[in-house]
Design a protein around this ligand. Structure first.
Ligand code: NI
Length: 273
């Protein structure tokens, strides 16, 4: 075994911190991890992060610690109906390191009221906070009332989620390709259902096809108590995803399918969870 480089150490620390933060909101992920981990190592296909496209916290800002440690940009994605764009990042030489999928809300496409609200939140963050090594799992760095959360929710489920939870992984993803006991997403879904986990059924349990190169499914987000300035309320937080990648023209597909991701986003929908 070769010694870990400084970059690999930084990345391992970052992802370990994110995993612990994520488990605190979604302890089911630990149970599911053990469900699979009993048979084989659980490899994480990707981590998803959400943000706003304001210059203080946009995709480039969130990706900076990844790029500084050897990650490169993979693909660009557009979600017109949800008014989002996204990019994915990956490590070009270590395929055990997760891809990171970062989306951002196109704030200027929403009402003046939503834009003002988001700017007021972002103005509570300093550049020093964003530069901290744990920013990507630091949670909600601003004050927010439940009344404001509900106003955001009326316009954008995504805006309301980021406002309520701040900076932390939205989900981790089990790579079905790396499981020794399962190589079919339907079997994985059945195992989860048999063990009492609720799955996102928007457009069916499986998003995407083998021909597209990627099949995905996910649990519904776990509801947790969020402390707002006026009330404490249970709302959907984080979920666990399952991804099976297929070969296209002899090459394993390593990107994402926007149509599928669009449905996966809805795993945090308050109307479903
Ligand atoms: Ni995902």
């Amino acid at each position: 075994m070769s010694e870990l480089t400084r970059s690999e150490k930084s990345l391992n620390q970052l992802f370990a911190g994110m995993w612990q933060n994520y488990l605190a909101l979604n302890p089911d992920a630990q149970s599911i991890h053990q469900l699979f981990g009993g048979h084989s190592e659980v490899v994480n296909d990707h981590i998803a992060l959400r943000t706003f496209n304001l210059p203080q916290v946009n995709i480039a800002k969130l990706a900076a610690p990844l790029l500084a440690n050897g990650y490169v940009e993979g693909g660009d994605y557009v979600f017109e109906r949800k008014k989002l764009v996204a990019k994915h990042f990956y490590h070009p030489t270590n395929d055990k390191l997760p891809k990171v999928f970062i989306s951002e809300l196109l704030v200027e496409q929403f009402s003046a009221e939503l834009q003002d609200t988001i700017k007021q939140l972002i103005n509570q963050i300093t550049p020093q906070m964003v530069a901290e090594s744990d920013f990507l799992y630091s949670g909600k760095p601003w004050q927010l009332s439940f009344a404001t959360y509900q106003k955001l929710l009326a316009e954008s489920e995504y805006a309301a989620w980021v406002a309520a939870f701040g900076y932390r992984p939205n989900h981790f993803t089990v790579s079905i390709n790396h499981l020794s006991q399962y190589n079919c997403i339907d079997e994985v879904n059945q195992l989860l259902l048999d063990n009492g986990f609720k799955l996102n059924a928007v457009n069916g349990l499986v998003k995407g096809t083998a021909l597209q190169g990627l099949q995905q499914s996910s649990t519904l987000a776990n509801k947790v108590d969020v402390v707002f300035t006026d009330f404490t309320v249970k709302i959907p937080s984080c979920f666990y995803e399952f991804a099976l990648r297929h070969k296209i023209d002899g090459q394993l597909f390593n990107g994402f399918i926007a149509d599928s991701a669009d449905k996966i986003f809805e795993s945090t929908d308050v109307k479903l969870a």
